[in-house]
Ligand binder design. Sequence first.
Ligand SMILES: *Cc1c(COP(=O)(O)O)cnc(C)c1O
Length: 365
Amino acid sequence: MDFIDLKSQYAALRDNINARIQRVLDHGQYIMGPEVAEMEAALAAYTGAAHCISVASGTEALLICLMALGLEPGDEVITSPFTFAATAEMIVLAGGVPVFVDIEPDTANLDARLIEAAITPRTRAIMPVSLYGQVADMDAINAIAARHGLPVIEDAAQSFGATYQGRRSCNLSTFGCTSFFPSKPLGCYGDGGAIFTSDTTLAQACREIRVHGQSQRYLHTRLGVGGRMDTLQCAVVLGKLDRFGWEIERRLALGDAYRTKLQAAVPNLQLLAVRPDRDCVWAQYTVFVDDREAVQAQLKAAGIPTAVHYPRPLHHQPAYARFAPSDACPQAVSAAARVMSLPMSADLTEAQQDEVVAALARALG
Ligand SMILES: *Cc1c(COP(=O)(O)O)cnc(C)c1O
């Protein structure tokens, strides 16, 4: 069993993806070819955001947003310590200081109730992470941000396709940033990402930063990066969009089925909470276990792959330890010790899911 089954997806979409790739090879516009604008228009329409700016990766999306906001050395950005490193990494790379605010123990998302106490005169942005595919308390976060005149950047690398109060992830705040890394809910066959915003000025800034700060060819009006997403990868995303609606439905159904089956087979297992006003597209199907290594070993012996997202909170990583004392954010510390992700993808079968549940019941029973 694959942890994430990309082979079945390709088998289902093969003709469509191959034809789209072939078209790029035939027209030869490998950089900023017509598929780039076509994908941006399709994804903007899907999320409801006015602008989509495709970029080289989810990491680059975060960096470009921070550059567009004009982050200056020492500016603080409030974020979660329980995320992939890129979130805090780009804050530091842009010259900022990540200010880690603890997570909710049941959703593992940034705890909005703790944000206001972390705001200082140097705070320049709030960057919640939609971890595992569920958006954080965006209404509360946006309200705090509005009170303090701060922009909000949603790190939506894991949540493309998720909804929050009927609106799509990536269209909930100043910026939404997603990733098309192959294993994300909407993946390409390499690196790719996108920025979403409905602010036309910021969108223009992002477009310029993406190509070395050029406002026109060879006129570099600001500092930028080489941050484009290539045409072939946009063609792959377009090839996957035909089935994406089905895949999201399938992910939601598999998430529900995991919950029902696990509650029946392993009643004491702590599952991730999903708030009633939103859904989770389960970029990872993550549960909380004690004695994780032993459980993982038993599952591995039964042929069930698992992973840990993430084994250390960022303030326990050598590169970020200077930004918070090690006893800060106790909920993130606790979650990092206990989270374990189970096989999940739109093509996971019911039979495979039953196998995972049975193996986990044996390991914990
Ligand atoms: C994957 C991921 C990123 C980085 O995306 P890349 O496309 O791999 O650069 C950033 N933040 C989170 C939360 C992620 O899961």
